[in-house]
Design a binder for this molecule. Structure first.
Ligand SMILES: NC(=O)c1ccc[n+]([C@@H]2O[C@H](COP(=O)([O-])OP(=O)(O)OC[C@H]3O[C@@H](n4cnc5c(N)ncnc54)[C@H](OP(=O)(O)O)[C@@H]3O)[C@@H](O)[C@H]2O)c1
Length: 173
């Protein structure tokens, strides 16, 4: 099974403000930069509880009928009707083995703590990071401490007229 990350960050590497707000990201996702095309390749999402709670506050559920596995050690708020949400907990290795048994072939891993745990476990193969041209100084970081270096192979960097700069990497090669 393949696991990918597709995330937007401030230039200084934050995915959200400390209070979870995303107001520094361009509204509506901004200039098209491959999100829809990426989503079309994904069978399921694995997101952390904090990301789930942020998404619950959106005007509309953004994942349509795609299965969303929410990692949390605590009970979850009810999903909106029509959303396909399953509460799971366990290590990234456990999550991957569970989803493999269900026939899932490509997951989208999202949420800072969750991405960091999957990276640390060596269970992310592909990163797409879109940097927004703003410094916010403080916030929830995309990356954190690691117990070892995680080598990346640069695949491509694209620039967009609105100032987005997107870099794609393979992990562990
Ligand atoms: N800019 C972007 O593209 C982007 C993308 C995604 C998210 N975000 C933002 O980032 C923020 C959330 O990121 P975050 O770093 O705070 O965390 P997160 O990864 O969304 O959620 C972390 C939580 O998930 C649960 N969790 C993670 N791994 C687990 C495991 N193996 N087993 C059980 N539970 C597990 C824990 O919740 P419990 O304490 O409940 O156990 C943990 O506190 C939100 O504001 C969101 O909007 C931004």
């Amino acid at each position: 099974m393949k696991a990918s990350v597709f995330v937007g960050t401030s230039l200084d590497g934050f995915i959200a403000r400390i209070d979870g707000s995303l107001d520094f990201l361009p509204p509506g996702g901004g200039e098209p930069h491959g999100y829809d095309e990426f989503m079309a390749t994904v069978d399921a999402l694995v997101i952390g509880r904090n990301t789930y709670e942020t998404v619950l506050g959106f005007d509309a559920w953004p994942y349509a009928q795609k299965p969303v596995f929410v990692l949390s050690t605590r009970p979850l708020a009810k999903p909106p009707s029509g959303a396909v949400v399953e509460h799971i907990q366990g290590t990234p290795a456990y999550v991957v083995s569970l989803l493999e048994k269900r026939g899932v072939q490509h997951i989208y891993v999202d949420g800072g703590i969750t991405i960091q745990a999957f990276l640390e476990a060596g269970l992310v193969q592909h990163l797409t990071i879109t940097r927004v041209p703003v410094l916010i100084g403080t916030g929830i970081p995309l990356f954190g401490a690691t117990t070892r270096d995680i080598p990346l192979k640069h695949i491509a960097t694209r620039q967009y007229a609105s100032g987005l700069v997107q870099s794609e990497y393979e992990v562990g090669v």
